[in-house]
Design a protein around this ligand. Sequence first.
Ligand code: GRF
Length: 209
Amino acid sequence: MLRLLVLVSGGGTNLQAIIDAIESKKIEDTSIVRVISNKKDAFALERAAKAGIDTAVVCRKDHETKEAFEEALYESVLEADPDLIVLAGFLVVLPEKLVDRFENRIINIHPSLIPSFCGKGFYGLKVHEEALKRGVKITGATVHFVDRGCDSGPIILQKAVEVKEDDTPQVLQKRVMEQAEWKIMPEAIDLIAKGRISVKDGHVRITGG
Ligand code: GRF
């Protein structure tokens, strides 16, 4: 059984996609052991509670220093004893200590086809605004392992999504979520649960199936 820990900051639609995929057995042999949010009012916490999942809140403003906050986050993660950590819209840069301890065991979803529209400052609607500004015809989403860099870890899965002529950032964001994010995040977790993902020389290899 793969022990999953999900870190969130917001609405939690990706969390919901994971909960639903476990329920419908699209993700096998996996259970979410805890959801941690850095925002007390994140709707993702309600989704977790409704599904009967243990939740924890670790806020920066409850701690005097960044170091104390990072230590509290680290402790809450270790306490959950996860096999895999999923960043599902988690708007905090992870402490390096955490990244190093869970090498190739932390995954993130990014709403573009990396290496386009990624890196520092590219989060939320900004990613889609920049894609529209550049006039790309295809965008998408990427699930990747988290390393010490920003959106720079080994790529696990990507899915392309069409950009339409009259798209606004909001409309495009919704299409990318529905057609790509909510599909490839559960798919990646299932592949990891089945032991089908390995990393060699910074590249992901998918075996079996
Ligand atoms: C998604 O667009 C995801 O790609 C990004 O943050 C957003 C999270 O949305 N990393 P939600 O909280 O899962 O609804």
